[in-house]
Design a protein around this ligand. Structure first.
Ligand code: HSE
Length: 297
Protein backbone atom coordinates (compact mmCIF):
# COMPACT_ATOMS: atom_id res chain seq x y z
CA UNK A 1 0.00 0.00 0.00
CA UNK A 2 1.45 3.37 -0.97
CA UNK A 3 0.50 7.01 -1.34
CA UNK A 4 1.96 9.91 -3.32
CA UNK A 5 1.75 13.34 -1.71
CA UNK A 6 2.55 16.92 -2.66
CA UNK A 7 4.67 18.64 -0.01
CA UNK A 8 4.20 22.40 -0.35
CA UNK A 9 6.90 25.02 0.01
CA UNK A 10 6.06 27.55 2.71
CA UNK A 11 6.89 31.14 3.57
CA UNK A 12 7.52 31.49 7.29
CA UNK A 13 7.35 34.70 9.31
CA UNK A 14 5.53 36.62 6.55
CA UNK A 15 7.37 39.77 7.72
CA UNK A 16 5.66 40.59 11.00
CA UNK A 17 5.14 37.10 12.46
CA UNK A 18 8.59 35.74 13.31
CA UNK A 19 8.26 32.07 14.33
CA UNK A 20 4.44 32.29 14.48
CA UNK A 21 3.06 33.05 11.02
CA UNK A 22 3.42 31.07 7.80
CA UNK A 23 1.73 30.36 4.48
CA UNK A 24 1.74 27.45 2.06
CA UNK A 25 2.36 27.85 -1.67
CA UNK A 26 -0.19 26.12 -3.83
CA UNK A 27 2.04 25.09 -6.69
CA UNK A 28 5.64 24.95 -5.46
CA UNK A 29 6.81 21.88 -3.59
CA UNK A 30 8.23 18.35 -3.51
CA UNK A 31 6.62 15.02 -4.21
CA UNK A 32 6.92 12.08 -1.92
CA UNK A 33 5.89 8.44 -2.15
CA UNK A 34 5.40 6.64 1.15
CA UNK A 35 4.66 2.94 1.38
CA UNK A 36 3.94 0.57 4.22
CA UNK A 37 6.49 -2.12 5.08
CA UNK A 38 6.19 -5.09 7.38
CA UNK A 39 9.33 -4.33 9.33
CA UNK A 40 8.89 -1.65 12.01
CA UNK A 41 11.51 0.73 10.61
CA UNK A 42 11.58 3.84 8.49
CA UNK A 43 13.73 3.69 5.39
CA UNK A 44 14.50 6.54 3.02
CA UNK A 45 15.04 4.58 -0.17
CA UNK A 46 15.59 7.34 -2.69
CA UNK A 47 16.04 11.11 -2.87
CA UNK A 48 15.91 12.63 -6.32
CA UNK A 49 17.06 16.19 -6.99
CA UNK A 50 19.20 16.96 -3.95
CA UNK A 51 22.11 15.44 -2.11
CA UNK A 52 20.61 14.75 1.33
CA UNK A 53 21.30 12.02 3.90
CA UNK A 54 19.41 8.74 3.52
CA UNK A 55 20.00 7.61 7.12
CA UNK A 56 16.70 7.77 8.98
CA UNK A 57 18.13 9.62 11.98
CA UNK A 58 19.82 12.24 9.84
CA UNK A 59 16.92 12.88 7.50
CA UNK A 60 14.12 15.21 8.60
CA UNK A 61 11.39 13.01 7.12
CA UNK A 62 12.90 10.00 8.90
CA UNK A 63 13.00 11.77 12.26
CA UNK A 64 9.48 13.17 11.91
CA UNK A 65 8.26 9.74 10.78
CA UNK A 66 9.86 8.04 13.78
CA UNK A 67 8.07 10.48 16.11
CA UNK A 68 4.75 9.42 14.53
CA UNK A 69 5.63 5.72 14.50
CA UNK A 70 6.44 5.77 18.23
CA UNK A 71 3.05 7.25 19.10
CA UNK A 72 1.09 4.92 16.81
CA UNK A 73 0.10 1.38 17.65
CA UNK A 74 1.18 0.28 14.17
CA UNK A 75 3.50 -2.72 14.05
CA UNK A 76 4.90 -2.16 10.58
CA UNK A 77 7.04 0.61 9.14
CA UNK A 78 7.40 2.86 6.10
CA UNK A 79 9.58 3.44 3.07
CA UNK A 80 9.99 6.97 1.75
CA UNK A 81 10.99 8.19 -1.72
CA UNK A 82 11.43 11.92 -2.19
CA UNK A 83 11.44 13.98 -5.36
CA UNK A 84 13.11 17.00 -3.79
CA UNK A 85 12.42 20.11 -5.82
CA UNK A 86 12.79 22.67 -3.03
CA UNK A 87 16.44 23.49 -2.46
CA UNK A 88 17.66 23.17 1.12
CA UNK A 89 18.74 26.49 2.60
CA UNK A 90 16.57 28.50 0.21
CA UNK A 91 14.16 29.87 2.81
CA UNK A 92 10.95 28.33 1.52
CA UNK A 93 10.64 25.51 3.98
CA UNK A 94 12.60 22.69 2.38
CA UNK A 95 12.96 20.72 5.61
CA UNK A 96 9.36 21.46 6.60
CA UNK A 97 8.05 20.08 3.29
CA UNK A 98 9.84 16.76 3.89
CA UNK A 99 8.90 16.55 7.58
CA UNK A 100 5.26 17.50 7.02
CA UNK A 101 4.87 15.40 3.86
CA UNK A 102 6.16 12.26 5.56
CA UNK A 103 3.86 12.43 8.57
CA UNK A 104 0.88 13.51 6.47
CA UNK A 105 1.34 10.51 4.16
CA UNK A 106 1.86 8.06 7.04
CA UNK A 107 -1.27 9.30 8.78
CA UNK A 108 -3.27 8.74 5.58
CA UNK A 109 -1.88 5.20 5.19
CA UNK A 110 -2.85 4.40 8.80
CA UNK A 111 -6.43 5.65 8.37
CA UNK A 112 -5.91 9.09 9.95
CA UNK A 113 -5.40 8.26 13.62
CA UNK A 114 -3.77 11.64 14.30
CA UNK A 115 -5.09 15.21 14.20
CA UNK A 116 -3.40 17.95 12.18
CA UNK A 117 -2.11 19.44 15.43
CA UNK A 118 -0.45 16.12 16.32
CA UNK A 119 1.05 15.87 12.84
CA UNK A 120 2.57 19.33 13.34
CA UNK A 121 4.11 18.13 16.60
CA UNK A 122 5.72 15.15 14.84
CA UNK A 123 6.92 17.29 11.94
CA UNK A 124 8.47 19.77 14.38
CA UNK A 125 10.99 17.04 15.30
CA UNK A 126 12.25 17.25 11.72
CA UNK A 127 12.59 21.02 12.07
CA UNK A 128 14.54 20.52 15.26
CA UNK A 129 17.01 18.32 13.41
CA UNK A 130 17.33 20.83 10.57
CA UNK A 131 17.68 24.05 12.53
CA UNK A 132 18.20 23.13 16.21
CA UNK A 133 14.86 24.76 17.06
CA UNK A 134 11.50 23.02 16.74
CA UNK A 135 9.78 25.99 15.12
CA UNK A 136 6.32 25.32 13.65
CA UNK A 137 5.79 28.26 11.33
CA UNK A 138 6.69 26.24 8.22
CA UNK A 139 5.31 22.82 9.14
CA UNK A 140 1.95 24.20 10.31
CA UNK A 141 0.99 25.77 6.96
CA UNK A 142 2.47 22.74 5.14
CA UNK A 143 -0.02 20.57 7.01
CA UNK A 144 -3.05 22.86 7.32
CA UNK A 145 -2.65 24.70 3.99
CA UNK A 146 -3.12 28.47 3.57
CA UNK A 147 -2.04 30.78 6.39
CA UNK A 148 -1.52 29.55 9.92
CA UNK A 149 -0.75 31.27 13.19
CA UNK A 150 1.11 29.52 15.98
CA UNK A 151 -0.84 31.21 18.78
CA UNK A 152 1.25 29.40 21.40
CA UNK A 153 4.12 26.89 21.46
CA UNK A 154 3.46 25.61 24.99
CA UNK A 155 0.93 24.23 24.74
CA UNK A 156 0.98 24.08 20.95
CA UNK A 157 -2.01 25.98 19.59
CA UNK A 158 -2.39 26.46 15.83
CA UNK A 159 -5.00 28.69 14.22
CA UNK A 160 -5.86 28.36 10.52
CA UNK A 161 -6.37 31.80 8.99
CA UNK A 162 -8.46 32.32 5.82
CA UNK A 163 -6.72 33.35 2.59
CA UNK A 164 -8.30 36.01 0.35
CA UNK A 165 -9.13 34.58 -3.10
CA UNK A 166 -6.81 36.72 -5.17
CA UNK A 167 -3.66 36.51 -3.11
CA UNK A 168 -0.52 35.43 -5.01
CA UNK A 169 3.08 35.12 -3.89
CA UNK A 170 6.21 35.80 -5.91
CA UNK A 171 9.39 34.31 -4.44
CA UNK A 172 12.88 34.90 -5.77
CA UNK A 173 15.79 32.78 -4.59
CA UNK A 174 19.29 34.17 -5.12
CA UNK A 175 21.53 31.12 -5.51
CA UNK A 176 23.20 31.20 -2.16
CA UNK A 177 22.46 28.90 0.75
CA UNK A 178 21.71 30.26 4.21
CA UNK A 179 21.25 27.73 6.99
CA UNK A 180 18.40 28.58 9.33
CA UNK A 181 20.59 27.69 12.31
CA UNK A 182 23.18 30.28 11.18
CA UNK A 183 20.66 32.99 10.44
CA UNK A 184 19.13 32.53 13.89
CA UNK A 185 22.47 32.97 15.63
CA UNK A 186 22.81 36.54 14.42
CA UNK A 187 19.47 37.66 15.88
CA UNK A 188 19.19 39.64 19.09
CA UNK A 189 17.39 37.85 21.88
CA UNK A 190 15.87 40.94 23.45
CA UNK A 191 13.42 43.44 22.06
CA UNK A 192 12.59 47.05 22.84
CA UNK A 193 9.01 47.88 23.76
CA UNK A 194 8.96 50.39 20.93
CA UNK A 195 9.72 47.71 18.32
CA UNK A 196 7.32 45.30 19.96
CA UNK A 197 4.48 47.79 19.63
CA UNK A 198 5.15 48.24 15.92
CA UNK A 199 5.44 44.51 15.32
CA UNK A 200 2.26 43.37 17.08
CA UNK A 201 0.34 46.23 15.52
CA UNK A 202 1.34 44.89 12.12
CA UNK A 203 0.70 41.26 13.03
CA UNK A 204 -2.81 42.10 14.22
CA UNK A 205 -3.31 44.19 11.08
CA UNK A 206 -2.20 41.39 8.80
CA UNK A 207 -4.51 38.86 10.46
CA UNK A 208 -7.43 41.30 10.28
CA UNK A 209 -6.61 42.03 6.62
CA UNK A 210 -6.65 38.32 5.79
CA UNK A 211 -10.00 37.80 7.51
CA UNK A 212 -11.54 40.84 5.80
CA UNK A 213 -9.86 40.32 2.39
CA UNK A 214 -8.60 43.87 2.84
CA UNK A 215 -5.61 43.89 0.48
CA UNK A 216 -4.48 47.39 1.43
CA UNK A 217 -4.42 46.48 5.09
CA UNK A 218 -2.47 43.31 4.25
CA UNK A 219 0.04 45.45 2.36
CA UNK A 220 0.40 48.08 5.13
CA UNK A 221 0.98 45.34 7.67
CA UNK A 222 3.79 43.53 5.80
CA UNK A 223 6.61 45.15 7.78
CA UNK A 224 9.25 43.64 10.00
CA UNK A 225 11.07 45.92 12.43
CA UNK A 226 12.88 43.18 14.28
CA UNK A 227 14.43 40.48 12.10
CA UNK A 228 14.59 41.93 8.59
CA UNK A 229 17.01 44.78 9.42
CA UNK A 230 19.52 42.19 10.67
CA UNK A 231 19.07 39.33 8.21
CA UNK A 232 18.64 41.41 5.07
CA UNK A 233 22.36 42.25 5.17
CA UNK A 234 23.06 38.64 4.08
CA UNK A 235 20.82 38.89 1.00
CA UNK A 236 22.06 40.37 -2.30
CA UNK A 237 20.28 43.62 -3.26
CA UNK A 238 17.50 43.02 -0.76
CA UNK A 239 16.36 46.66 -0.63
CA UNK A 240 16.36 47.05 -4.42
CA UNK A 241 14.36 43.86 -4.93
CA UNK A 242 11.78 45.03 -2.42
CA UNK A 243 11.59 48.61 -3.71
CA UNK A 244 11.22 47.44 -7.31
CA UNK A 245 8.61 44.83 -6.37
CA UNK A 246 6.55 47.52 -4.65
CA UNK A 247 6.91 49.76 -7.72
CA UNK A 248 5.60 46.86 -9.84
CA UNK A 249 2.45 46.72 -7.72
CA UNK A 250 3.19 44.29 -4.88
CA UNK A 251 1.21 44.77 -1.69
CA UNK A 252 4.36 44.20 0.35
CA UNK A 253 7.03 41.64 1.02
CA UNK A 254 10.13 40.69 2.92
CA UNK A 255 12.48 37.82 3.66
CA UNK A 256 10.98 34.39 3.17
CA UNK A 257 11.65 32.42 6.37
CA UNK A 258 15.30 32.69 7.27
CA UNK A 259 16.25 33.67 3.70
CA UNK A 260 17.86 34.17 1.29
CA UNK A 261 14.60 33.99 -0.70
CA UNK A 262 12.61 37.20 -0.87
CA UNK A 263 8.82 37.11 -1.20
CA UNK A 264 6.19 39.60 -2.25
CA UNK A 265 2.42 39.25 -2.03
CA UNK A 266 0.18 40.67 -4.74
CA UNK A 267 -3.49 40.95 -5.55
CA UNK A 268 -4.01 38.86 -8.68
CA UNK A 269 -1.72 36.74 -10.83
CA UNK A 270 -1.00 39.45 -13.35
CA UNK A 271 0.53 41.75 -10.77
CA UNK A 272 2.45 38.81 -9.27
CA UNK A 273 3.93 38.24 -12.76
CA UNK A 274 4.91 41.90 -13.11
CA UNK A 275 6.52 41.69 -9.69
CA UNK A 276 8.44 38.62 -10.88
CA UNK A 277 9.67 40.55 -13.92
CA UNK A 278 10.90 43.43 -11.77
CA UNK A 279 12.69 41.04 -9.41
CA UNK A 280 14.30 39.17 -12.32
CA UNK A 281 15.45 42.42 -13.90
CA UNK A 282 16.98 43.55 -10.63
CA UNK A 283 19.11 40.42 -10.28
CA UNK A 284 19.97 40.24 -13.99
CA UNK A 285 21.32 43.81 -13.88
CA UNK A 286 23.76 42.99 -11.10
CA UNK A 287 24.46 39.43 -12.23
CA UNK A 288 22.98 37.43 -9.36
CA UNK A 289 21.80 33.95 -10.46
CA UNK A 290 18.33 33.08 -9.17
CA UNK A 291 15.24 30.84 -9.26
CA UNK A 292 11.82 32.39 -9.23
CA UNK A 293 8.34 31.09 -8.41
CA UNK A 294 4.84 32.48 -8.64
CA UNK A 295 2.09 30.69 -6.77
CA UNK A 296 -1.38 31.16 -5.48
CA UNK A 297 -1.39 31.16 -1.69
N1 HSE B 1 10.85 31.31 11.79
C1 HSE B 1 12.00 30.62 11.30
C2 HSE B 1 13.15 31.59 11.20
C3 HSE B 1 11.67 30.07 9.96
O1 HSE B 1 12.93 32.68 10.65
O2 HSE B 1 14.23 31.31 11.67
C4 HSE B 1 12.79 29.34 9.28
O3 HSE B 1 12.34 28.92 8.02
Amino acid sequence: EEIKVFCPATIANVSCGFDVLGLALDSVGDEMVVRKTEEKVIRITKIKGQDLPLETNKNVSGVAGLALLEKSGYNGGFEIEIDKRIKPGSGIGSSAASSAGAVWAMNELLGRPFSKLELVQFAMQGEKLASDVAHADNVAPAIYGGFTLVRSYEPLDIVAIPTPDELFATVIHPQIEIKTSDSRKILKTTLSLEKGIKQWGNLGGLIAGLFQSDYDLIGRSLQDHIVEPIRSILIPAFDDIKTNAMAAGALGGGISGSGPSIFALSKGEKIAQNVAKSMEATYKTIGVPFDIHISKV
